[in-house]
Design a protein around this ligand. Structure first.
Ligand SMILES: Nc1ncnc2c1ncn2[C@@H]1O[C@H](COP(=O)(O)OP(=O)(O)O)[C@@H](O)[C@H]1O
Ligand SMILES: [Mg+2]
Length: 242
């Protein structure tokens, strides 16, 4: 099958002007994802895992290399050099990103946050209302919170909302940056159920997981990133998907 994503020789570094220091976060990273695959990235803290995901989502602008993405709407495009406008469209329609931090608009309630994510995909409002309720129920977000502002939520509640918002879009490509890091076991299982559901629906996922055991039960393959920023690919035996 064709690659949905091909990263070729990606590098990203940071200059800390106040310290007059240059940090190479990732260097010459290449990896690929086939349609429908769930690929994991492992490596020590600070090895560059999040930077790779942020370059794909374009929260970071790569310094060199290409990130070829096979878009439904735009065809094959390089995310490293696509226009801001294209990136915004892709985030609306095709590419989802979940981290352990909730980035919310002020004065947007939990319900609106999830609902807006569906509406911007072009779905009608009745469908959006129904799907929103389903998702908030799935993640067992207390009903009293649905129409409140997430700024006041606990860490776990924010995280569940964050995941619900990304997953409700059924993105073609979903980037997961340690989304379950601070969740209790029950909430993790709920995330797992949805990941498996998205996999059945054909989504492609690239994920970093704090809990390796959790990941290994889901992943088709794994890339390992090391301090030296060298990527190695390892074939992985998928243990189970149920
Ligand atoms: N915005 C940034 N500014 C400066 N340095 C950064 C930034 N983002 C990441 N880094 C540095 O890049 C390296 C890789 O970070 P990161 O990708 O977050 O690693 P990981 O996710 O594997 O823990 C680290 O040394 C980190 O300090
Ligand atoms: Mg990280």
């Amino acid at each position: 099958m064709e690659n949905l994503l091909s990263i070729e020789h990606l590098s990203k570094s940071f200059t800390l002007h106040n310290l007059d220091k240059h940090i190479s976060a990732v260097e010459d990273v290449s990896l690929h994802l086939k349609e429908g695959e769930f690929v994991g990235i492992t490596g020590k803290s600070g090895s560059g895992k999040s930077t790779v995901l942020r370059c794909i989502y374009r929260t970071y602008l790569p310094h060199s290399g290409s990130i070829w993405y096979n878009s439904e709407r735009f065809g094959r495009i390089d995310l490293a050099s696509a226009t801001e406008r294209t990136i915004i469209e892709l985030r609306k329609l095709e590419i989802g990103y979940v981290s352990q931090f909730l980035n919310v608009m002020p004065r947007t309630t939990a319900r609106e946050l999830v609902r807006n994510a569906i509406v911007e995909m072009g779905h009608d409002t009745d469908y959006a209302d129904i799907e929103t309720v389903k998702m908030l129920e799935h993640f067992e977000l207390d009903r009293s919170l649905w129409d409140s502002y997430p700024a006041t939520f606990s860490g776990g509640e924010k995280l569940r909302l964050n995941i619900a918002r990304a997953m409700v879009k059924r993105p073609r490509l979903l980037l997961l940056d340690e989304p379950t890091a601070s969740l209790d076991h029950g909430s993790k299982l709920k995330v797992k159920v949805l990941i498996e559901q998205l996999m059945k629906e054909g989504a492609t996922m690239l994920g970093i997981f704090h809990d390796l055991e959790f990941m290994q039960h889901l992943c088709d393959r794994e890339y390992q990133i090391r301090d030296g920023n060298i990527f190695t690919s390892e074939k992985k035996e998928k243990l189970t998907t149920s």
